[in-house]
Design a binder for this molecule. Structure first.
Ligand SMILES: Cc1cc2nc3c(=O)[nH]c(=O)nc-3n(C[C@H](O)[C@H](O)[C@H](O)COP(=O)(O)OP(=O)(O)OC[C@H]3O[C@@H](n4cnc5c(N)ncnc54)[C@H](O)[C@@H]3O)c2cc1C
Length: 455
């Protein structure tokens, strides 16, 4: 299995250790099951229920917290993956829940369809991405969960319920982001869109000017994000414009060249990953060099414009391992919070080698989505795995919380049920549904218990 590291040989079922992508979370489940059919999965779930075991389903292990880790039974659905059905007229496509995001473009290609939006990596399982409210960027687009039109979910009795806006709509509504605590998601139907190209413009700009203009810039683009390397006065902006395949781009983008695939791989592998690895390793060994390294790294980045299929532009392999915290803020508070984070970094004398990443999303109606009911600006901070993130993340978390931020469900944070219930108007409805669907709280672990106020 790529993505997470499961020590020992892959077996259908047995003992296997689990480590998440960053290596920060370890688990030693009694049993690690990889069912190959729904009846087999159902038997595993019923056995666990009868034996009083707790169950965690794990996708690619790309969450930074122990949200997917379990001591009793862990289940992975890599062998329950692929496309089930596609309706070309409506764009609705049903997948097995274990399908990895990286496999979806080729599954959708025969239908001329694509995912509406994506984050910046693609090893995640579809169910894993949806369950933590994974998102990309763009004020005209929701995260993955906002595009879900149907779900099948298996409860402690091993039975699947089919959920949609017309089949158990109340349950469907709440189950779209569920952190695996309502049961095992076995199938997901998504609203897809006609396939598209992106014209990508990467431009280095003055950081202060960017913050002053942030809101209009984000509103003007289909997809806008930026990276700011602490200790520098500039930021790398990425603006992506959607165009139909074969259609010329608008205005100054009309001449954007189709990206040579090899050059793309070179930039993403050698420039973005190779150079970053060198910089962060050096920075971890000699922290006082970090400001100089960041300035050199930022000045070495040159502006570029290119065109490629959407999924190729959105995604960049991440080979340098880090830990991450990301908060979802009310859109209009974002720029101020970023200034406060910059001031905190400067005044505390920290050496931070990894950039801040800033993105946005449309508001949605998914009760546990981080963008529920409000346009959102996402602010993410990272630390190289060899460095201690505790103090940096604690201070950034305080700033984001003062602005009403909600933590990403798959990234590091310190909140528990009391704080989370203030941030999500329908938090108690979700807890009540959980009590109904899984009264023994079989689907969970100590970490999710602290999130939902159990035990
Ligand atoms: C390098 C990197 C880049 C990232 N980039 C982004 C990004 O651009 N945007 C963003 O929003 N996030 C991003 N993330 C976070 C990541 O998308 C989420 O943590 C996501 O949940 C990971 O998916 P996974 O398949 O690894 O799920 P896991 O981490 O394995 O599990 C996540 C949750 O889903 C549950 N789950 C998984 N499968 C099922 C199932 N079948 N039924 C029920 N519950 C299930 C698990 O129990 C757990 O609660 C990134 C993470 C990494 C490591």
């Amino acid at each position: 299995m790529r993505g997470n590291r499961l020590n020992g040989r892959a077996r259908a079922s047995g003992r296997q250790d689990f480590r998440n992508w960053s290596g920060h979370v370890h688990a030693h489940p009694h049993t690690f099951a990889r069912p190959t059919s729904v009846p087999e999965l159902s038997g595993i779930v019923q056995t666990a229920a009868n034996d009083g075991q707790r169950v965690r389903v794990v996708g690619a292990g790309h969450s930074f917290t122990p949200v997917a880790a379990g001591d009793d039974m862990m289940i992975n659905l890599d062998r329950l993956s692929g496309l089930i059905s596609a309706d070309e007229a409506t764009g609705r496509v049903r997948f097995h829940a274990g399908t990895r995001l990286r496999d979806i473009p080729s599954l959708l290609a025969p239908y001329g369809l694509a995912l509406a939006n994506q984050g910046d990596v693609n090893p995640q399982a579809l169910a894993g991405a949806i369950s933590t409210s994974t998102h990309g960027t763009g004020l005209g687009f929701t995260g993955f969960a906002g595009t879900v039109t149907g779900l099948s979910i298996m409860g402690p009795d091993g039975r699947e319920r089919e959920l949609s806006a017309t089949s158990e709509p109340e349950v469907f509504d709440l189950a779209r982001v569920s952190l695996g605590v309502l049961g095992v998601v076995t199938e997901i139907e998504l609203q897809c869109v006609p396939s598209f190209d992106l014209i990508a413009e990467e431009i280095v700009v003055d950081f202060d000017e960017l913050l002053t203009d942030l809101e209009p810039r984000m509103r003007a683009a289909d997809h806008f994000e930026f990276y700011w390397f602490p200790h520098t006065g500039t930021a790398l902006t990425k603006t992506n414009t959607r165009v139909a395949p074969g259609e010329a781009g608008p205005g100054h983008l009309a001449e954007a060249g189709v990206r040579n695939q090899l050059l793309n791989v070179f930039d993403k592998e050698v420039v973005e990953n190779g150079a970053l690895r060198l910089a962060v390793e050096l920075g971890a060994a000699v922290p006082r060099l970090v400001p100089h390294i960041n300035r050199i790294a930022q000045s070495a980045v040159s502006d570029r414009t290119y065109r490629a299929p959407g999924h190729d532009v959105f995604v960049t392999p991440r080979r340098v391992r880090f830990n991450e915290m990301e908060y979802a803020l009310p859109f209009e508070s974002g720029a101020e919070a970023i200034r406060e984070i910059r001031d905190a970094i400067e005044s505390r004398g920290w050496s931070i080698s990894f950039p801040l990443e800033v993105r946005s999303a449309a508001h949605d109606d998914v009760p546990l989505s981080t963008a529920y009911g409000r346009e959102t600006m996402y602010i993410a901070v990272h630390r190289f795995v060899k460095e201690d993130y505790a103090e940096y993340f604690r201070v950034v978390e305080q700033i984001c919380r003062r602005h009403g931020g909600r933590p990403h469900w798959g990234k590091i944070h310190t909140l528990g049920a009391a704080e989370l219930s203030d941030l999500y108007p329908r938090f108690d409805d979700f807890r009540e549904l959980r009590r109904q669907l899984d009264p023994a709280a079989m689907f969970g672990n100590r970490f999710t218990d602290s999130l939902f106020g159990l035990g």
